[in-house]
Design a protein around this ligand. Structure first.
Ligand code: ADP
Ligand code: ZN
Ligand code: MG
Length: 498
């Protein structure tokens, strides 16, 4: 294959002048219910293997599944967030296949009658991807159960044996299938991220990719620009990060174009993303395509979603990310960029709003949450909800800063200590004597000392080199341990040096 990759994985632009990529995503998301979709077993992640199981989720003969109403409700919430039409009637089917992680020999899934159809999700340009604003169609959304987890690694005898953890059997999933409306890896990335945010906001899923709560398969083809007919697609599996999705698509698009350019044909097949080699490998071809022999699940009644129930769920929907961003910009006067960072997760957005509601000026709050708070959380490996500094405590600090009781430099130091100890700002300031120095005589004393210690620089300044002024300000601030009022320091230095 020709080496047409450019700058860190981007596809060569001249190839994209002639070929248009077409992408559709199939996304599986684990719902945030405490119990499984057809039995009362716990869905908790990380429990000892094979402890959260019962005859239903182990598929023992004679056991009867019962639909978890909350799982259905969450699936409807997801459908509503995607502007999809919730079907009045839906039904479960058995999707039959043999696999060691499937003790029943079939997966219960909605098939001919999905839960919802004909939705859309709107893409907006982001900080990361300058994609065009456009709607991506959602073909269908349905509810199904997860399979067990096969463990091929991590045991002393993993070279000979695989283990099966059945805890995941029967965990509720929704599958969301998009129309082939995506036109670039960047659009696919943005679609998945937008979808993830929607599902987190609506409380449907935590979308934790490391724990497998969000899984994505990508279907991709290319066609000559201007052609109507879609090209033959391949499906890429094993994309367990956003970055891999993007890279696998870049690789696959380039591969399709190379094959077509050299007069070949793309075979419809399923491929696996090979992370180690940075390429996709064939997994199974159309020849071996599954015939799942779907048939209606005889142990579960058809599902009816009444209009009144759907309307009730619609009324309980929270504010969604795009609406929140727009409101943050208009209500708090912050930039669209800031609003995007602050609405990244509902928890962060709530945190920011709580800081403002507790009395901090919105712009200062926006800056501090994005820089100081996020950096410390990141360094400590903590989530927003685990922040040792509560919103009200940060608001108090920012009010002290705004009111001039402390300098920006000490505020940062105080914040670090608040983060480490969980103690409030006022306590820190009192204990460490960090109140701002505004006493003119005290500041003059500091300035004089610094000037006396640096006669050469003082001479330079007086000789016209105004650039050294910053040096003096820095020295005085340092001598005061960041506590001197910067304005007073500048004024005093200017007077003493002139
Ligand atoms: P299959 O029958 O192979 O499951 P579907 O028609 O159900 O295919 O589509 C599965 C996914 O593949 C959807 O997300 C759809 O948008 C996408 N898709 C379908 N055809 C193409 C194509 N030619 N190129 C890219 N994606 C496609
Ligand atoms: Zn069970
Ligand atoms: Mg399909």
């Amino acid at each position: 294959m020709s080496k047409v990759f450019q700058e860190a994985g981007r596809i060569a632009p001249d190839l994209l002048e002639r070929y248009e990529p077409v992408i559709g995503l199939e996304v599986h998301v684990q719902l945030k219910t405490e119990t499984k979709v057809f039995c009362g077993c716990s869905t908790r992640f990380g429990d000892p293997p094979n402890t959260n199981v019962c005859p239903v989720c182990l598929g023992l003969p004679g056991s009867l599944p019962v639909l978890n109403r909350l799982a259905l409700e969450m699936a409807i919430r997801a459908a509503l967030a995607l502007h999809a039409r919730v079907c009045e009637r839906s039904a479960f089917a058995r999707k039959n296949y043999f696999y060691p992680d499937l003790p029943k020999g079939y997966q219960i899934s909605m098939y001919e009658l999905p839960l919802a159809t004909a939705g859309w999700l709107e893409l907006f340009p982001t900080r990361r991807n300058e994609v065009a604003r456009k709607r991506i169609g959602i073909t269908r959304l349905h509810l199904e159960e997860d399979a067990a987890k096969a463990l091929h690694e991590g045991f002393p005898d993993s070279d000979r044996r695989s283990y099966i953890d059945h805890n995941r059997c029967g965990v509720p999933l929704i599958e969301i299938v998009s129309e082939p409306d995506l036109r670039s890896p960047a659009e696919a990335y943005t679609y998945l991220n937008t979808l993830k945010q929607l599902l987190q906001y609506t409380g449907v899923s935590d979308c934790n990719m490391e724990e497998g709560s969000l899984r994505c398969d990508a279907n991709v083809s290319v066609r000559r620009r201007g052609a109507e007919k879609l090209g033959t697609k391949t499906e890429v599996k094993n994309l367990n990060s956003f970055r891999y999705l993007e890279r696998a698509l870049e690789y696959e698009i380039e591969r399709h174009i190379s094959v077509l350019e050299s007069g070949g044909r793309i075979e419809q097949e399923t491929r696996l993303w090979n992370l180690a080699e940075g390429r996709t490998d064939p997994m199974r071809s159309k020849e071996f395509a599954h015939d799942y022999r779907y048939f209606p699940e005889p142990d579960l009644l058809p599902v009816r979603m009444s209009g009144s129930w759907t309307a009730e769920i619609a009324r309980s929907m929270p504010e969604l990310p795009q609406a929140k961003r727009a409101r943050f910009v208009s209500e708090y006067g912050i930039t669209a960029y800031d609003a995007e960072v602050l609405t990244d997760t509902p928890e962060l957005a709530d945190y920011f709003e709580a800081v403002v509601k507790a009395g901090a000026p919105p712009k200062t709050a926006a800056n501090w949450v994005q820089t100081e708070l996020l950096r410390r959380l990141h360094d400590a490996g903590k989530e927003t909800r685990e922040s040792p500094v509560a919103p009200a405590a940060l608001a108090e600090l920012l009010q002290l800063l705004e009111g001039g009781q402390i300098t920006a430099a000490s505020a940062k130091g105080i914040f670090t200590k608040m983060f480490e100890t969980g103690r409030p700002a006022r306590e820190m300031i009192a204990a460490e004597d960090l109140g701002q120095i505004r006493d003119a005589r005290e500041i003059e004393r500091l300035c004089r000392t610094v000037i006396e210690q640096n006669p050469e620089n003082a001479a330079k300044y007086r000789g016209g080199n105004k650039g050294v002024f910053k040096f003096f300000v820095g020295q005085v601030m340092r001598a005061s341990r960041g506590k001197a009022n910067p304005q007073l320091v500048s004024d005093t230095l200017r007077r003493l040096l002139s």
